[in-house]
Write a protein that binds this ligand. Structure first.
Ligand code: CO
Length: 301
């Protein structure tokens, strides 16, 4: 071996060592973008999804509000529900899962992403999105930064704000104080189900005729119904306490089947007035998700 060859080998060895070290320390250029040609940040809006076209009005509204709040920024959507994605695909509407949407953003050269969970509570779906989105940050060649913004009811302050804003935004003006307002939350077996009971407590403190019940958790419909009957309520406004007025709102809340909340309350002698608009159709409440997104943007700076 000549002296020249040995020098070349040593140089090669050193260069290899240095580049390995750069990778191991999670170099800020891991995504392969220099600051100059960097795109972004991008926004990924994540929801359970809905296949009901009129409920999609809520999503169209959020989309418009987000684009207004973040002009020129890339805004994309992902649905967590596999069933709804499959159903929509059969109609030719292709929607991505959060993971596929993140992979596409990565491929398209974005290095920072704010993921906004459009859920009401930080339940199972939120935690799954959080776990998976953060893995894209750790991936070699992945994003430099991913921040998952919070759902609507994620802190005591956020809950108090909703209690303050929701009545004026969502309850029909013709409702009198003697009329009950029943909010139908989704409910879950996840611990965050307790948020609905907390909201019931907070609403009751603000207005003793606003009630919160859930389809799949607590408080249950039976608990709410017992309170209405005990108070001698004659009329109740039924509102979905979910992002969209989808299947649960149309069938479980306001459907004509004997087991809907409307039918069961009517049977108990209470006149029911369903209001089929999701929380995300009211801009005063959409603003709260947008505030969370603004917080996320600060974390991406
Ligand atoms: Co459900």
């Amino acid at each position: 071996m000549t002296r020249k060859t040995i020098a070349a080998l040593i140089t090669f060895f050193l260069v290899s060592l240095l580049s390995t070290a750069a990778m191991a320390t999670g170099h800020p250029q891991a995504s392969g973008h220099s600051k100059a040609d960097e795109k972004g940040p991008a926004i990924l809006l994540v929801t359970f999804g809905t296949s009901i076209p009129s409920a999609q009005a809520a999503f169209a509204n959020i989309d418009a509000q987000v684009k207004k709040a973040f002009p020129g920024m890339e805004v994309r959507w992902a649905y967590t529900s596999h069933i709804i994605r499959k159903k929509l695909a059969r109609e030719g509407k292709l929607l991505d899962s959060p993971e596929v949407a993140l992979a596409k953003l990565m491929d398209d050269g974005y290095s920072r992403v704010a993921v906004q969970s459009l859920h009401m509570i930080p339940g199972l779906e939120f935690h799954e999105i959080h776990t998976n989105a953060k893995r894209f940050e750790k991936m070699v060649g992945g994003f430099d930064k991913v921040f998952v913004a919070y759902p609507l009811l994620s802190s005591n302050d956020a809950m108090d704000t909703v209690v303050k804003i929701l009545p004026a935004a969502m309850i029909p003006k013709e409702r009198t104080p003697g009329d009950a307002v029943v909010l139908m939350g989704h409910g879950t077996h996840h611990t965050s189900d307790a948020i609905y009971s907390a909201m019931m407590y907070k609403f009751q403190n603000a207005d003793p005729n606003i009630y919160v019940g859930t389809v799949e958790g607590h408080p249950t419909f039976d608990e709410v119904k017992a309170l209405l009957v005990k108070k001698g309520i004659k009329k109740a406004y039924l509102l979905p306490f979910m992002s969209v007025a989808g299947d649960h709102a149309r069938n479980d809340l306001a459907g004509d089947d004997p087991d809907s909340w409307k039918s069961m309350l009517t049977l108990a002698g209470i006149e029911c007035v369903p209001v089929l608009k999701g929380v995300a159709e009211y801009n005063a409440l959409v603003d709260l998700w947008i505030q969370n997104l603004k917080t996320a943007m600060k974390h991406l700076e």
